[in-house]
Write a protein that binds this ligand. Structure first.
Ligand code: GSH
Length: 225
């Protein structure tokens, strides 16, 4: 059975986890927290060279990077496909997924430490984050109207990207910008509410909430946060 290494309050870990759940593939979860180095669980570096979460242990070896892991899962388990049938459709789903990760998640991530520790962000960084998110919000509505799913008429990889990578943007917006930038994207709030009703998304959220105290304790122990 595939072994998925990581922790349930990590959005990146939850990307392949949700793909496995939606496809109905059995997998084993192996808890691995961040902070890996030569001094802390160095053996994990053989699974994920930068010590990042997630890593997937397959019978042929390990794969790191959530995008590569998704690619593997989709090809190894074509049932309940998470991609459209046409080359154009596949590219559009990848475009949207990458867009959400690069221009929303990675931007908001700059303030994650402030979010977790309750500290005020650096004013320059905050300004940069706000400017980037404002631009991305306008652009996102050109890629999806979020009418039914993020792309097309069935649940897929773009939904996984949206469901897992956008919540941090809301949190950062509400906490540090005094507004939720995502509410400015037409259709997105209703779409998110619909997605939250999906049973596997609810499992992801419940597991994340259950893991959070342990993850916070880990951060305190390893980084003194
Ligand atoms: N590009 C990576 C990003 C993974 C990532 O940043 N994961 C976080 C946890 S949510 C992590 O491992 N952080 C620790 C670190 O960057 O050292 C992927 O898609 O898998």
């Amino acid at each position: 059975m595939m072994k998925l290494h990581g922790f349930s309050s990590s959005n990146y870990y939850n990307v392949p986890k949700l793909a496995f759940l939606e496809k109905g593939i059995e997998f084993e979860e192996i808890q691995s927290y961040t902070g890996v180095s030569q001094d802390y669980k160095p053996e994990y570096l053989d699974k994920s060279p930068l010590g990042k979460v997630p890593a997937l242990e397959t019978p042929e070896g390990c794969i790191s990077e959530s995008r590569a892991i998704l690619e593997y899962i989709e090809r190894a388990y074509p049932q309940h496909s998470l991609l459209p049938e046409t080359p154009f459709g596949i590219a559009k789903v990848q475009e949207l997924s990458q867009f959400i990760e690069l221009y929303f998640e990675l931007v908001a991530r700059r303030l994650i430490v402030n979010l977790l520790t309750g500290t005020q962000p650096d004013a320059v960084v905050l300004k940069e984050v706000e400017a980037s998110l404002s631009k991305s919000v306008v652009a996102l509505s050109k890629l999806s109207n979020f009418e039914q799913f993020a792309y097309g008429d069935q649940f897929g990889l773009a939904d996984i990207a949206a469901i897992l990578n956008l919540p941090v943007v809301r949190s950062v917006g509400k906490k540090f910008l005094g507004r939720d930038p995502l509410s400015e994207v037409p259709g997105l709030d209703d779409y998110c509410m619909r997605m939250e009703q999906r049973p596997h998304v609810q499992k992801i959220r419940a597991d994340a909430a259950a893991d959070m105290p342990d993850f916070m304790a880990h951060l305190k122990a390893i980084y003194g946060l």
